[in-house]
Design a protein around this ligand. Sequence first.
Ligand code: HEC
Ligand code: HEC
Length: 211
Amino acid sequence: MMTAVHPMPRRGRFAAGMLMGLSFLAGAAQASEAGSIKAGREAAQSCAACHGDKGNSNNPAFPSLAGQPAKYVASQLTAYRDGKRENAIMNGQASGLSDQQIQDIAAYYAAQERKVASPADEGSELGADLYHQGRENVAACAACHHSEALGNQPAGFPALRGLTAGYVAQSLKDYRSGARAHGQATLMAPLAAELTDDEIDALAAHIASLD
Ligand code: HEC
Ligand code: HEC
C-alpha cells in the first residue's frame, strides 16, 4: 500500500466553505456542474507535491494537469477513485474525494495555464507524420488532440503537450491492452489496437519533443 496523503482536516474546512459559497450562487445544480475554481485550489493543495505548482509538473514521473479539460480531469479522478483506472498512488489520492470535490479540482486545473519546459526528446519524423496525418485505420491524433497538442476543452480531449515519452507510451499501451477502458477511452481503443510498439515509441518521442 502506498501512503495516501489525504488532506482530511482541510476537507472539513473546504466543505463548510463550499456550503457558504453555494448560498451566493443561483443554484446548487450550477455549482456542482461547473465546479468552483476557488474550492478546487484548496482541495488540490496536496496534489502540488507531485503535480507541481498550479499543475505544471517538473518531475517526469508525474503528468502535468494544468490546462487539461475539466471534463477529462473529472473523468480520470472518478475512474481512479472507483478503481477503474489502476495506479497505486492515484487510487489512494482519489479514494476520499467527493463528486463535488472532483468537479472543483477539475475546474481549478482547467483554468491554469499549461507551461512546457524545454523539450525532453529529439522527436521522430514517423511520430510527427502519424500525429498529423494518421494512416489507414489510425485517425490523425491532431483531429482530437489539436494540431499543437493542446487538447479540446469542450470535448474533454486531453492536452498531450508536456507529457513525457514514457507516460505517453504507457498510456497508449494501456488503451491497447484495455487497462484504460473507462470513460472516453472508447475513442482511443480502436486506434491504439492498431499501433505497433515502434509506432507507439515514435508517437511518444514526437509528443515529448513539443515545447
Ligand atoms: C505522490 C504523488 C502524487 C500525488 C500527491 C498526486 N498524484 Fe495524481 N498522479 C500521480 C501519478 C504517478 C500519476 C500517473 C498515474 C498513472 O499512470 O495512471 C498521476 C495521475 C493523475 C491524473 C491523470 C493525469 C492524466 O493525464 O491522465 C490526475 C487527473 C491526477 N493525477 C490528479 C491528482 C489530484 C487531483 C491529486 C490531489 C488530490 C493528485 N493527483 C495527487 C502522482 C500523484
Ligand atoms: C477520436 C478522437 C481521438 C483521436 C483521433 C486520438 N485520441 Fe487520444 N484521446 C482521446 C480521448 C477522448 C482521450 C481520453 C480517454 C480517456 O478518458 O481515458 C485520449 C487520451 C489520450 C492519451 C492519454 C492522455 C493522458 O493524459 O493520460 C494519449 C497519450 C493519447 N490520447 C494519444 C493519442 C495519439 C498518439 C493519437 C494518434 C495516434 C490519438 N490519441 C488519437 C481522443 C482521441
